[in-house]
Design a protein around this ligand. Structure first.
Ligand code: ADP
Ligand code: MG
Length: 331
């Protein structure tokens, strides 16, 4: 098959803030602004950025759990806005999510075996034997002992619960798994095990991943490419190695400088950059990062920088570091 598995074009989501009498005067939360990227089959794309920058909203737009204000999500060449209910159902089956808190997303009354076979049983009837075989196979795939099959979520550790959430996501043989802060609630040592599991699954099963994290430190060894978001927009999208070796956008640079070393005894920095993230209701003019940026020039206060392709294949939205000399990629 040619072309990417998933293509996102100029995706935008504004949430209205309360109800106004005059429709046009309702203030909006600019959760996602003009986001474009693609994911190839079997690829892992990481999306990183501080809390509130729109990462989960992108995930919800991909699952079509919320309607976009603008832009398109194209799957295997088809715009999902045009899918009928059956086709959308089929797409959701091919795309699974893993969440931050497996405890709240797993039914506490079901056993591990029931939890991981449930998605399949929504589609087809399984005999006792088939169910047992499927659950055992999936538990093995995520590195859990088949003896865990009758455990309740409350009888499992945080890491085991997250493995269970991943086993459940794998049960329908998805083409794409979206992991939204899937390791953020785990201890650093358990985090590393789950990250290894994701990398392993990607290699063995050829599944594409969108791996979302507020912590740039955790994505270094798992992504093929990394998209850095700031206040609803992608500010840099680069091959993983290139991004960590030489961040171009000042925001990426600040995140990398502040990323915690994998040493549990060292405290994490609360905010990677000086100052607060501005409100998405009233984002700064021009480049939204300019109030926190030490390189900002007059132009940064006025014009939104376009994403400009660089010679090494990355795209960067920065008037100073990536001036638009050629044809901008977006607008
Ligand atoms: P992230 O996952 O990066 O932390 P989110 O996508 O959850 O960010 O949120 C982006 C912005 O959109 C935030 O300002 C958040 O408050 C806002 N937001 C998210 N969902 C809703 C919603 N359903 N209604 C109103 N605002 C929302
Ligand atoms: Mg989120």
């Amino acid at each position: 098959m040619s072309g990417p598995l998933l293509k996102v074009e100029n995706l935008t989501k504004h949430y209205p803030l309360g109800a106004g009498i005059f429709k046009k005067s309702i203030p909006v939360i600019r959760a996602v602004e003009d986001v474009s990227f693609s994911v190839a089959e079997g690829e892992t794309l990481c999306i990183v950025g501080e809390s509130g920058c729109g990462k989960s909203t992108v995930a919800r737009l991909l699952m079509r759990l919320v309607e976009p204000t603008g832009g398109r999500v194209v799957i295997d060449g088809t715009d999902i806005a045009g899918l009928n209910k059956g086709a959308l159902h089929a797409w959701r089956r091919r795309m699974q999510m893993v969440f931050q808190d497996p405890y709240s997303s797993l039914n506490p009354r079901l056993t591990a075996g029931q939890i991981i076979t449930e998605p399949v049983e929504n589609f087809e009837c399984l005999s006792r034997k088939q169910r047992q075989a499927l659950a055992t196979d999936l538990l093995r795939k995520v590195g859990m002992s088949p003896e865990m099959i009758n455990r309740l979520p409350s009888e499992l550790s945080g890491g085991q619960r997250q493995r269970l959430g991943i086993a459940r996501a794998l049960s329908l043989n998805p083409s794409l798994i979206i992991a939204d802060e899937a390791v953020s609630a785990l201890d650093v040592s358990v985090q590393a095990q789950i990250l290894n599991l994701f990398a392993d699954l990607q290699q063995r099963m050829g599944i594409a991943f969108i791996f979302i994290s507020h912590d740039l430190g955790v994505v270094e060894h798992i992504g093929n490419r990394v998209a850095v978001m700031y206040l609803g927009r992608i500010v840099e999208l680069a091959p993983c190695e290139a991004l960590f070796a030489k961040p171009v956008h000042p925001y990426t640079e600040a995140l990398i400088t502040a990323a915690p070393v994998p040493d549990p005894t060292r405290a994490r920095l609360a905010a990677p950059v000086e100052g607060e993230v501005p409100s998405p209701i009233n984002p700064p003019s021009g480049c939204a990062f300019h109030p926190r940026c030490s390189l900002a020039v007059e132009r940064c206060r006025i014009d939104v920088p376009p994403l400009v392709p660089m010679p090494d294949g990355r795209v960067v939205a920065c008037h100073v570091r990536a001036p638009a000399t050629g044809t901008p990629l977006v607008r």
